[in-house]
Design a protein around this ligand. Structure first.
Ligand SMILES: NC(=O)C1=CN([C@@H]2O[C@H](COP(=O)(O)OP(=O)(O)OC[C@H]3O[C@@H](n4cnc5c(N)ncnc54)[C@H](OP(=O)(O)O)[C@@H]3O)[C@@H](O)[C@H]2O)C=CC1
Ligand SMILES: Nc1nc(=O)c2c([nH]1)NC[C@@H]1CN(c3ccc(C(=O)N[C@@H](CCC(=O)O)C(=O)O)cc3)C=[N+]21
Length: 285
């Protein structure tokens, strides 16, 4: 088993192809309706990692011909101040999608701020409305990282029916929704989190493993079932994932690298949903 080499799941290439389609769709909207798709990005404070992520999203928008409008707010902003800003963007007809970068700071009620995003502009899939639609399998915007993970699994023809999927992490924008999407595809889903007892034994049972913990190299190759499909959603300082890639690649059949796996897919889904939000506005103003 130790000699096996996993095939890499190339998120960079798939994200590029999805974004090319989004760019063509954005161009089509501009030509037909003289409306230019626009994503508003809201950033609270100046955390360097968050600044970098938001810049990456803006740069990717620009490349795809999607306008972005950046709204920086001081770290000291109150919940009501943030809710007011997001509500104004929800009501602004020139804005089609809204991204409120997480985390917003411990003194702010993040849920209240997310809920100020109008459902038809929730291209990051963070509102209760989007979460419920996702859970019921109804149309709506998916949470971007979980949506990107499902696209990667489909691209590599991973059959999920009856498979044991183990999700490590249960955050509202990543772990919890990705488990719901896997369940919707008939996988048998187990969630692990910080209070889980006997985590390695559960991980060893996974046919499909999603690591969404936020701890560098948290998952050891020795705990990966030979032949498993490993999705590393972790993105820790220094471009290090939540899976110990060097040991894991000898056990998995398919694995996402970090960088170049899940990260680019998150942004591709965000842009795709932004263009979709703008297109929907043309049909139902
Ligand atoms: N590539 C991308 O596009 C994205 C990458 N990320 C990355 O994914 C990772 C997770 O992000 P996010 O979900 O936002 O993080 P959160 O910190 O919100 O959630 C982490 C989850 O991991 C669980 N956890 C923490 N420590 C342990 C432990 N020792 N054992 C088991 N479970 C544990 C927590 O459990 P509990 O609930 O009990 O606290 C929690 O559910 C990060 O590395 C982040 O950078 C995130 C978003 C997008
Ligand atoms: N409301 C909200 N939605 C998010 O989607 C969200 C968020 N808040 N907060 C922070 C995390 C983090 N995140 C990443 C997106 C892309 C890469 C990405 O593209 N990474 C590249 C590397 C790019 C580089 O470093 O050069 C890669 O993995 O290949 C990484 C991380 C989205 N997040």
């Amino acid at each position: 088993m130790e000699t096996q080499q996993a095939r890499l799941m190339d998120g960079t290439d798939l994200a590029r192809r999805i974004t090319e389609t989004s760019a063509a769709a954005a161009e089509d909207i501009r030509r037909r309706a003289e409306v230019s798709p626009c994503l508003a990005t809201v950033l609270v404070g100046e955390d360097p990692a968050s600044v970098t992520y938001v810049r990456m999203k803006q740069a990717r928008c620009a490349k795809a011909g999607i306008r972005s409008r950046h709204v920086p707010l001081p770290a000291s902003v109150s919940t009501s101040g943030l809710v007011e800003t997001v509500t104004a963007l929800s009501e602004d007809p020139d804005v089609h999608g809204i991204l409120l970068q997480h985390p917003v700071g411990a003194h702010i009620d993040e849920r209240a701020a997310f809920e100020a995003i109008a459902p038809e502009k929730d291209v990051d899939g963070v509102t209760m409305h989007s979460f419920a639609a996702m859970g019921f399998g109804l149309p709506g915007f998916v949470s971007c990282t979980p949506g990107g993970i499902m696209r990667l699994l489909d691209e590599y023809d991973v059959d999920l029916t009856g498979k044991h999927a183990v999700v490590v992490g249960r955050s509202p924008i990543l772990g919890k929704p990705v488990g719901m999407l896997l369940l919707g595809r008939d996988a048998t889903v187990t969630y692990c989190h910080s209070r889980t007892v006997g985590l390695p034994a559960i991980v060893r049972e996974a046919d499909v493993l999603v690591a969404a913990v936020g701890r560098p190299r948290f998952i050891n190759g020795a705990d990966i079932k030979p032949g498993a499909v490993v999705i590393d959603a972790g993105y820790n300082p220094g471009n290090v994932g939540d899976v110990d890639f060097e040991t894991a690649r000898h056990r998995a059949s398919l694995i996402t690298p970090v960088p170049g796996g899940v990260g680019p897919m998150t942004i591709a889904v965000l842009l795709e949903q932004t263009v979709d939000a703008a297109a929907r506005r043309l049909i139902r103003p």
